[in-house]
Design a protein around this ligand. Structure first.
Ligand code: 0O2
Length: 240
């Protein structure tokens, strides 16, 4: 009994020291990465180029489809580059060492392109089309439309590898593509806003979470019915 009360505080102080040392080392590595900013800035510039390539591919598909089908399968396209703080935070969360090589190998969503479509079928048509490009490799696919997240979140996520052509080299970069309908997009923006508000009391948040789940179900039905209306209208248009 006496021994336990003596050892426990000792163990705790060793654990505390270990934590303190790890945090100190991480801070030093972050400082080193930030002070030698050129490699990191260069990497971010490569991701920016990759995002441009992917955005252009989707814009070309939209343009061509609108010519042949007289409507646009893309409502909007937006891109975002993860901030350095978010990159470091994710690396720490996933236990990825804070080096350029490990960050590039371990974090797939530094560059993100979001494509918003009017109808659910547009999402899968665009997915098939972009994956048929011979310079694109699919690294990972997460279909949160057929299998929504417990929060109610729905979107199709693709991690693709795209080449960028630099002065003297070709580099393969990973880009996360999120494809969603307008209803899914509105839901995700609202949920993101509410869930990141720190000053909302927990019981209010729980109530909002329930309401968001209801909205996610309604959206799912809305997307289905809108698709049905469009498909039936198309049948009649084809007959004319
Ligand atoms: P931001 O601001 O968009 O960058 P992983 O560690 O890779 O296994 P991760 O990164 O969470 O897990 O991958 P996942 O689940 O495919 O989600 C990646 C992105 O999808 C998130 O990026 C969000 O943009 C979006 N997302 C996923 N789940 C939800 C959700 O429940 N609600 C909302 N609103 N968006 C979601 P970031 O990095 O979180 O944010």
């Amino acid at each position: 009994m006496q021994e336990r009360s003596f050892i426990t505080p000792l163990k705790e102080s060793i654990e505390d020291k270990k934590k303190e040392l790890t945090e100190k080392m991480e801070k030093q590595m972050m400082k080193r990465l930030q002070s030698s900013t050129y490699p990191m800035r260069e990497l971010l510039a490569f991701y920016r180029c990759a995002m441009m390539e992917v955005e252009t591919k989707f814009r070309v598909l939209d343009e061509q489809f609108s010519l042949s089908h007289d409507r646009n399968p893309i409502e909007s396209i937006s891109s975002r580059l993860k901030t350095l703080d978010h990159i470091y935070e994710k690396a720490r969360r996933k236990g990825i060492p804070l080096t350029i090589e490990c960050i590039e190998k371990g974090i797939f969503d530094i560059a993100g392109v979001r494509v918003v479509c009017p109808f659910e079928n547009d999402i899968y048509m665009l997915r098939d089309s972009i994956l048929s490009h011979d310079d694109i490799t699919l690294v990972e696919e997460r279909d949160y439309i057929s299998k929504p997240k417990p929060s109610g979140y729905r979107s199709l996520h693709l991690i693709i590898e795209v080449p960028i052509f630099l002065l003297n080299e070709k580099r393969l970069m990973k880009v996360e593509v999120q494809l969603r309908t307008m209803a899914m997009d509105q839901w995700a923006s609202l949920e993101h806003r509410l869930m990141y508000k720190k000053d909302i009391p927990e019981e209010v948040k729980n109530d909002l979470r329930k309401k968001l789940l209801e909205c996610a179900d309604l959206n799912c039905r809305l997307d289905l019915i809108m698709q049905e209306i469009k498909d039936t209208t198309d049948l009649y248009l084809e007959d004319q």
